[in-house]
Design a protein around this ligand. Structure first.
Ligand code: PG9
Length: 624
């Protein structure tokens, strides 16, 4: 086949000529669009070029830049609709068009190193330069180099740049704060991953979030997620149970080829690898010099820890604290970017997502990026669930309950109350069998991404389903006659013994609705988790140095539950549930001590009987 030079429409073959349909490169006619799209490859200091999409509103002059750095495909995030209208093409994921497009911002979305159309190699948790990263680049340098390029190559801009993003993109918004470029005027990390071991995506207090294996596989096997996780089970409960351990399942999919899989299966404890990547701890050392608005969701199924931990870490460093604000809303992971008048069955009476975007985010960005005479929102904005109201404050209650906490005690007979039970309160027992772990949602368990999966709102699903299981302990208060408002991180003090030598403890603080709710009948008797988390028993004394549990010997398990701001209304009851598995969200604990739970052999998984010491178990609550 030979092409005659200069012939573009017809192709000559030895047998003749044919008109071709498809040009080598189709040129989109975008003259009537209300924006101009630029696809650029921005060079980093090591020569690697990062693919960056820049959408400039038509006729923009002196406009600020709002950027997001993402591993989730910059092309996709800037092409949600086939339209010449900037707010339509941005209508999805991080974009929040009612603030960003309507606000006249120049929108920049960049593929991070090694993902989608960016050059270089991807590292899921890329440490900053230093002991864990001997190269000359990290997310902070890539952000700096990008901003440097943008301010010199975007003539429509006013030279002011903000960074914003949710989850991973919230993590990259935090990384921008290290040695920041002088043009970076504001950062908005929303639901950011901050500490992947204590309470964000990968582990919670040492228990591995097994259902993230598919995410790791898809993100890390290929730059463009072409290789997809596969399953031969509709019910993920069976998939993970049959595989025995998370490590065995990963290996059966060839995941030892993936660096991040090798890292997490080697760094089980909270060692220096995790500590040196904890953004809150690193920011304390760095100091916060750029105004930052943290966004936290009360029912965040992926990053329930990071934003509040960052607040607490920086709050007592005056030079940093003055640059810090936070908003805490009744959302799931990223729920603030969309319509949010309800979550699952829980109604909030008004669109809390719109309130956040219009009353908090919009003036915050505008103040720093457009006009400093625009009033800033309050330093702390919190939605109180139960009452369903917005509140403002200047600080959050201290995390350690040093003074004003009230202790909610377990009581004999599965009761719960504010008085200390007597010395004869005794114990409550259950047997946890790893062959029959407690499902975290009713089976079949349809995981994230599967059609019909409850993943996005599972934290507000009714807990009645498990309350009647013999391996879930349930303690319930009397019916409340007055409202009870709690705020902050409930601090669990659980004293228990086990016949095993390791074990997990899940503690759930629950609002039990009245038996009948006339305004919403399906809520009658509903058991709504307001805060809950897990602790892997071997880390009860130290996150860094695990220790087997001495069998049949009472031990103290302290668990800081995720932040809540909730009113238990009159007519409601308070409930605490305790169990030893939350499967397959978390991998099973074999309950007999093995060095590496990722590769525990089948024989190590043994039933154990747990005795909870009633008198010595309570939850410290900040009441108000
Ligand atoms: N929760 C997701 C994530 C964050 C950080 C690391 C890995 C995953 C996310 O939604 O981006």
């Amino acid at each position: 086949l030979s092409i005659i030079p200069g012939t573009t429409l017809a192709q000559n073959t030895t047998a003749g000529t044919i008109e071709l349909d498809m040009p080598g490169h189709f040129q989109r006619q975008s003259v009537s669009f209300d924006y101009v799209r630029r696809d650029v490859m921005i060079p980093m200091r090591d020569g690697v070029k990062l693919h960056t999409v820049i959408l400039v509103p038509k006729d923009a002059r002196n406009a600020p830049i709002l950027m997001t750095r993402t591993p989730y495909n910059a092309d996709h995030m800037t092409s949600f609709a086939s339209s010449g209208d900037m707010s339509s093409v941005l209508e999805g994921y991080d974009n929040m068009t009612d603030v960003i497009a309507d606000g006249g911002y120049i929108r920049v979305v960049q593929d991070v190193r090694g993902k989608y159309r960016s050059e270089g190699r991807y590292v899921m948790n890329r440490p900053f330069r230093g002991p864990l990263n001997g190269t000359q680049v990290d997310h902070a340098t890539d952000t700096w180099d990008t901003i440097e390029w943008l301010v010199h190559n975007t003539p429509e801009s006013n030279g002011k740049v903000g960074i914003i993003g949710i989850s991973y993109d919230g993590f990259t918004a935090l990384t921008a704060l290290f040695h920041p470029h002088p043009a970076l005027k504001v950062s908005v990390p929303m639901n950011p991953m901050v500490d992947g071991w204590i309470g964000d995506d990968w582990f919670h207090n040492g228990a591995f979030r097994e259902e993230n294996l598919p995410y790791i596989y898809d993100q890390d096997a290929t730059p463009k997620n072409d290789e997809k996780w596969w399953s031969n089970h509709y019910d993920a409960y069976d998939l993970y149970l049959n595989a025995v351990s998370a490590g065995a399942l990963g290996k059966s999919r060839g995941m030892e080829q993936i660096g991040f899989f090798r890292q997490i299966t080697a760094h089980l404890a909270y060692d220096s690898w995790w500590q040196n990547q904890a953004m809150d701890k690193l920011l304390v050392k760095e100091g916060l010099t750029v105004p930052t608005l943290l966004v936290h969701s009360l029912w965040d199924q992926e990053d329930s820890y990071g934003a509040v931990a960052t607040w607490y870490a920086l709050e007592n460093v005056p030079t940093s604290a003055r640059n810090l604000s936070i908003v805490i809303g009744p959302w799931n992971h990223g729920g603030e970017r969309v319509e949010a008048s309800k979550l699952g069955d829980i109604k909030f009476r008004a669109d809390t997502g719109y309130y956040f975007r219009k009353k908090i985010l919009e003036p915050f960005l505008a103040h720093y990026l457009k006009d400093s005479t625009i009033s800033l929102p309050a330093r702390v904005s919190e939605f109180r669930t139960g009452e369903n109201i917005w509140e403002t404050a200047s600080k959050l209650p201290a995390p350690d309950c040093a003074s004003e906490c009230k202790a909610l005690h377990l009581e004999p007979g599965h009761g719960l109350g504010f008085t200390i039970p007597g010395v004869d309160a005794g114990a409550a027992q259950y047997t946890s069998d790893p062959d029959h772990p407690v499902p975290y949602v009713p089976r079949p368990v349809l995981t994230k991404g599967v059609t019909g999966s409850p993943w996005k709102y599972w934290l507000v699903t009714d807990q009645r389903d498990v309350a009647s299981r013999p391996d879930v302990l349930t303690f319930t208060s009397e019916i409340l006659t007055k409202p009870l408002t709690i705020e902050g991180e409930p601090l669990v003090h659980l004293t228990a013994s086990t016949t095993g030598t390791d074990g997990d403890f899940v503690v759930k603080l629950i609002d039990v609705f009245p038996d009948q709710v006339s305004a919403q009948p399906e809520m009658g008797g509903y058991q709504l988790m307001v805060s809950a988390d897990i602790l892997r028993g071997r880390y009860r004394k130290s996150f860094e140095h695990p220790e087997a549990i001495p069998a049949n010997t009472p031990q103290l398990y302290k668990i800081a539950l995720p932040f809540t701001n909730h009113t238990f209304l009159p007519g409601h009851k308070i409930m605490v549930q305790i169990q030893s598995s939350w499967f397959p969200l978390y991998d099973r604990n074999p309950q007999s001590y093995v060095d590496n739970i990722f590769f525990a052999p089948k024989a190590a998984y043994k039933p154990a009987t747990i005795s909870v010491d009633i008198r010595n178990s309570w939850i410290d609550l900040h009441t108000k």
